[in-house]
Design a protein around this ligand. Sequence first.
Ligand code: KIV
Length: 267
Amino acid sequence: MVPKKITTHILQNMKVNGERISMITAYDFSFARLFDQAGIDVILVGDSASNVMAGHETTLPITLDQMIYHASSVIRGVARSLVIVDLPFGSYQSNSKEALISAIRIMKETGAHGVKLEGGEEVLESVKRILAAGVPVMGHLGLTPQSIYKFGTYTVRAKEEMEASKLKTDARLLEQAGCFAIVLEKIPAALAKEVAETVSIPVIGIGAGKYCDGQVLVMHDLLGINTEFKPRFLRQYLNLHDPITKAVQQYIKDVKSNDFPSEQEQY
Ligand code: KIV
């Protein structure tokens, strides 16, 4: 049976019906296929690929070409989930024309279903231009890792009234512009609740508490591949680090001792 594909309209109905939205990052074909078959609603090809796939300290170095490579691999593994791709740093901040060209490249070259970009009022013109071209846009407010050198730290954002007020205004601007959803990263739960109750579009949280319309986690964190990263908001569902380490250590031992391959494992 062909599975019913998740669309932005389905996500909107989920919000209206109070059904929570599940979202996870993926960067390659094999994991995307696993997550899609497990029934995840949204797969985000996040620019966190810069950290977890490429080993950079920040999300800033990843390029549009690299995001396109990851996203087209993910798309080949997906039959049902909605796939959203991050516009990387430097691919949309200069002007709205550049933003549109980057979004179009992602849509044409990957087959993804929409893009995400960070910021509110500062990127509104770009958001509107991308939307006018028929490309669904997901916003991202709160801790926006592409601005890490402006913030200076990865601590909780919008604790002060001024920043909270700007975030609320930005959320409304993104909604009015036509974004289909907004990610809120690392902000107080009470503020995320207020935003989720104010805007009509789905609000997906990461470190933004339980009142959001959905949740997103980075796959390496959720699966316990990357065990050094342990923020309070993270629920680690597996510890893949240890069994993978043990399996590879056993393999090394078997190769060294000439136990692998056996008679049955050769031609
Ligand atoms: O790049 C990413 O993984 C993200 C999520 C943390 C929301 O933007």
